[in-house]
Design a protein. Structure first.
Length: 561
């Protein structure tokens, strides 16, 4: 700023000095011209009074020449011939009869002119007067033009300019230092939300503008901070892993979910490092190695028993690749559900096909009179059993769907003891057919939830115990109240479940090998139990020993978190 101010002030000082010098020179030149004209006229009158009328007065002329230095004295006769001249030999000079000042002096007694001297080649003032004997006395002096006058002023002008620049330098330095300090104090005060009086009133508009801009900047910074915090919260709480890498595969952004899904340690720094520190999958490395690839890529990889779907999207600016966005999604559960869906479809088809095949076979035999009359009731009973098996299967499938649909139904207060008693009474007829006794031990429990979901869960668990219980066996049903929830326990002394089957027993349509011969075995009942327990936010534990029996323990919390 100082340099800029000094430069501008220097130009201003220079212009002012030049203008003042020009004005002074012009004014001085006019005065100078008048002064010299009067001086020449006075000298001319003085010489005239000395009666210097002819060349005989040479000594007087020489004395006058010494007295009036720079003044040229010329004496011309009545014919215009030069009689005497202080600067040139009279004999060498041409006739002056036609000179303007000489002609005027002859006619009017006095004459004057300004012209270039033929002898000396310079502009001169010429003044002439007629003497008593008719001769003409003339005096002349070289005329200084305005440029000569200005040139004479150069040294003073340069000196004045130099002094002015020195004064300007120190003045600007002093003022600018004070101005900068004041501005610095003002801006510091504004940045801290304070107000400070300025010794420069001229700065108030700047101060107001800066304060307004500071307020606007603070508002924008607050908005940006809020926006950044929002993005950070979203980024941190994303269920998917997220990375942004530049065009040379350096990590620019990464969230903790991505680090977790890729099986890496969170406390290790991955920013500004190659993405290949994180990723080891060969297929993914191959895709990211294609530096100029501008297409979206989707691949599935397995890391630490997790199935991951990785989507890679290019980031383009003016059709130039500047980076890639990598989204990592854990699709392990989705893959399991998809596999279960396919298995469910396959199992439904299989389970429905078996009774339908039986029905079609027996119906064809009846149609073609291939069954003896005495065997018709037997065949009809087989068709009825197959139909009942299909009906049971359909009902179970509907029950499974019903649990899913009813989880959002209106909740109500349920007397759990009463609900279990009603379910046991409903199943008792099935138990009596196998001569199975059901023993209950039920605490008083009140639970707020969806009645249909709890009822389906209890029913299928007790029904499963009766279905797979041995003839003349026993089933124990127990309800235990706890502080944070209640336990529902169903125990039987039936066929039990093999260790190999235990992990799969809750899958849809899965039945243990030893129970395949049961016509009522659909493989859906325990799926309904598991799903119902999950809907209620509970847990189910299975303890079983092959040939001894099984115990299912369900815990349901009073409040689902």
């Amino acid at each position: 700023m100082k340099r800029s101010l000094f430069k501008r002030f220097s130009i201003l000082v220079l212009l002012m000095v030049i203008l003042i010098t020009l004005a002074t020179t012009l004014n001085f030149y006019d005065g100078y011209k008048d002064f010299h004209e009067r001086k020449l006229l006075d000298i001319l009158d003085f010489l005239k009074n000395m009666n210097l009328e002819d060349a005989e007065h040479e000594k007087e002329f020489d004395a006058a020449k010494k007295s009036f230095r720079g003044i040229r004295i010329t004496l011309v006769d009545t014919d215009g011939n030069v009689i005497y001249d202080t600067d040139e030999a009279a004999s060498k000079m041409e006739s002056h009869s036609t000179r303007k000042e000489i002609v005027e002096a002859k006619d009017l007694g006095k004459g004057s002119d300004i012209r270039k001297s033929d002898t000396l080649g310079e502009n001169f003032y010429y003044f002439a007067t007629r003497l008593s004997n008719g001769n003409i006395l003339r005096v002349s002096e070289m005329q200084k033009n305005i440029f000569s006058s200005f040139k004479d002023s150069i040294i003073p002008v340069v000196f004045i300019l130099f002094i002015g620049l020195i004064i300007a330098f120190f003045s600007i330095n002093h003022v600018s230092n004070k101005l900068v300090e004041n501005l610095k104090d003002q801006f510091t005060a504004i940045s801290h939300g304070e107000s400070l009086d300025s010794e420069f009133p001229e700065l108030y508009p700047i101060k107001r503008i800066v304060r307004d801009q500071q307020d606007e900047l603070n508002e924008r910074l607050d908005d940006l901070k809020e926006y950044r915090d929002t993005i950070e919260i979203i980024f941190r709480n994303m269920q998917d892993g997220f990375l942004f890498i530049d065009n040379v595969n350096r990590v620019e952004m990464i969230n903790s979910k991505a680090i977790f899904l890729l099986g890496k340690e969170k406390n290790e720094g991955y920013m500004d490092k190659s993405v290949f520190y994180l990723i080891r999958d060969e297929k993914l490395i191959e895709i990211l190695g294609e530096k100029d690839s501008k297409r979206e890529e989707k691949i599935e990889v397995e890391i630490d028993d997790r199935k991951l779907l990785i989507t890679i999207d290019p980031v383009l600016v003016s059709d130039n690749l500047v980076g890639r966005i990598i989204v990592i999604r854990d699709v392990t559960e989705e893959s399991i559900l998809e596999r279960e869906r396919r298995e469910f479809t396959s199992n439904v088809t299989h389970e429905l096909k078996t009774p339908l095949t039986s029905i079609n076979g027996y119906a064809e035999m009846l149609t073609n009179n291939m069954v003896k009359n005495e065997d018709v009731p037997k065949v009809g009973n087989m068709i009825l059993k197959s139909g009942n098996r299909m009906l049971t299967l359909v009902e179970k499938i509907l029950s499974l769907s019903k649990v899913e649909e009813q989880k959002n139904n209106k909740k109500e207060e349920i007397n759990v003891k009463e609900l279990i008693s009603d379910v046991v009474n409903t199943i008792n007829s099935k138990a009596q057919n196998k001569n199975i006794s059901i023993t209950t031990e039920l605490d008083e429990v009140r639970y707020t939830g969806v009645r249909e979901v709890l009822e389906e869960t209890v029913y299928n668990l007790v029904d499963n115990a009766v279905k797979y219980g041995k003839d003349d066996g026993k089933v124990w049903v127990k309800l235990v109240a706890r502080d944070k929830g209640f336990k529902f326990i169903v125990k039987d002394d039936g066929i039990g479940i093999d260790d190999l089957d235990r992990e799969k027993i809750f899958q849809r349509f899965y039945t243990a090998d030893k129970s395949r011969n049961s016509a009522d075995a659909s493989g859906i009942g325990l799926s309904i139990v598991k799903h119902g327990v999950e809907v209620m936010g509970g847990t189910v534990i299975l303890e079983s020993k092959l040939g001894v029996g099984s115990t299912f323990e369900v815990f349901i919390p009073y409040n689902i978190v």
